[in-house]
Design a protein around this ligand. Structure first.
Ligand code: FAD
Ligand code: NAP
Length: 338
């Protein structure tokens, strides 16, 4: 079951060539526990891997890559909500389609996000104003150090904006094996993002007749028109999180740049990182094998199949330029390994 010296290029959507010292494709809890026991015996670091759409391989991985391949989906009515339990290896978009095709609302704004369900809680995936935590109920995970199974409630996951306990204190300490979501019967569509509004206007869709499938179709159409397909142009989606800054800095920037795109979050302001990068002149720029996507400046692309150092080098240059111009720190969203 455990292979050695495995090429990871097909397993990451940035298509970075790197090798794993050891690689285990696991379909069951027993196989997972066996793989973890192997890593413990050899004192190997672990990289839990789903679809590889939110990682940057900065070099060869000297430990054990654990590739979760346990799909499976169960959807059942429970009181006044629908309960969905999915294996970590299940494809996220397939799950979204399975719900909207049954007329179930709640996940439609998260259509077409690449990757697998096991990774969705890691950064509390979000798009168009909806996040995983809005419907999250619980998850099961295996503790890497002991092999024991733990159940995490929503509170224990400590979800934040593109964040959770699994990106902080518990990083790489648990392997998520299944996730449970609850979709309430009552549906409140969220369609206020300008891109969705524009789509509905252009398609002359009447907002009163919306269905979950209709919103998912809009999200799919908008995303397809803007975002590069990783199968065609390797990328890891948004490369930086949108920075949240204090009022003072926001007002300073708004005065200097009246067209700044920003949204109020409590007593702070979330700036659109894509706008900052675009305004700084990076959109469409190519640097060797890597570059900045021409339609969305927040997405770094790797059309020339460059290595991790080229990708992280470009990211560092962009972040330094944004800091120098606007005094704003950009934090990469994908996680770097090793
Ligand atoms: P991977 O890249 O395989 O892993 C990501 C992290 O999760 C790694 O640290 C990994 O170790 C960990 N991990 C994976 N599986 C497990 C597991 N079972 N247990 C424990 N840890 C695990 N994200 C959004 O939030 N919103 C978007 O709209 C969005 N759009 C995107 C568009 C494009 C074109 C691309 C390429 C990416 C986009 N992303 C978006 C980022 C990415 O798709 C999501 O973060 C997704 O959840 C990653 O899933 P994955 O299976 O590919 O994870
Ligand atoms: P967009 O719709 O052009 O919006 C630009 C930015 O403004 C986004 O970052 C978004 O923040 C923010 N925004 C827009 N309308 C808002 C509102 N009504 N309230 C609060 N914030 C608002 O963004 P886009 O790049 O085309 O992406 C569309 C959606 O898909 C976004 O939610 C984005 O996060 C998500 N997405 C994520 C990834 C990823 O890899 N993480 C990749 C592609 C798209 P938020 O980002 O906080 O929503």
């Amino acid at each position: 079951m455990i292979q050695s010296d495995v090429d990871l290029q097909p397993y990451n959507t940035l298509a970075i060539a790197a090798r794993a010292a050891h690689f285990a494709r696991v379909e069951t809890l027993e196989q997972l526990q066996e793989a973890l026991e192997f890593a413990r015996r050899k004192h190997l670091p672990i990289l839990p891997l789903g679809g590889g759409s939110n990682i940057v391989l900065t070099g060869d991985f000297p430990g054990l890559v654990v590739h979760l391949d346990n799909p499976g989906l169960s959807i059942s009515k429970q009181g006044d909500c629908t309960s969905i339990t999915a294996g970590a290896g299940e494809n996220w978009h397939r799950l979204v389609l399975a719900t909207v095709d049954r007329g179930l609302g709640g996940l439609e704004n998260l259509a077409l996000i690449p990757g697998r369900i096991g990774a969705a809680p890691i950064q509390n995936i979000g798009a168009y104003g909806v996040e995983l935590r809005d419907t999250f109920q619980s998850l099961e995970a295996v503790h890497v150090a002991t092999g024991e199974v733990h159940r995490f409630s929503a509170a224990e996951c400590e979800f934040g904006y593109r964040d959770s306990v699994f990106k902080g204190r518990a990083r790489d300490q648990y392997i998520i094996t299944s996730v449970c979501l609850h979709l309430p019967e009552e549906w409140h569509p969220r369609t206020d993002y300008p891109a969705l509004q524009q789509y509905f206007r252009e398609q002359q869709v009447d907002a009163t007749g919306l269905t979950p499938r209709g919103v998912a179709d809009a999200v799919i159409a908008v995303r397809t028109s803007k975002l590069p397909d990783p199968g065609v142009i390797p990328n890891a989606g948004s490369f930086f999180k949108n920075p949240v800054v204090d009022r003072e800095l926001y007002h300073e920037l708004k005065q200097a740049y009246p067209d700044l795109v920003a949204y109020e979050v409590g007593d702070r302001w979330k700036l659109a990182a894509g706008w900052l990068i675009d305004r700084a002149g990076w959109r469409g720029r190519r640097q060797g094998a890597v570059g900045v996507h021409e339609r969305q400046a927040l997405v770094l692309v790797n059309p020339g199949r460059g290595n991790g150092a080229e990708v992280t080098g470009l990211a560092r240059e962009i972040a330094a330029d944004i800091k120098a111009r606007y005094g704003v720190e950009l934090e990469p969203e994908p996680r770097y390994y090793p």
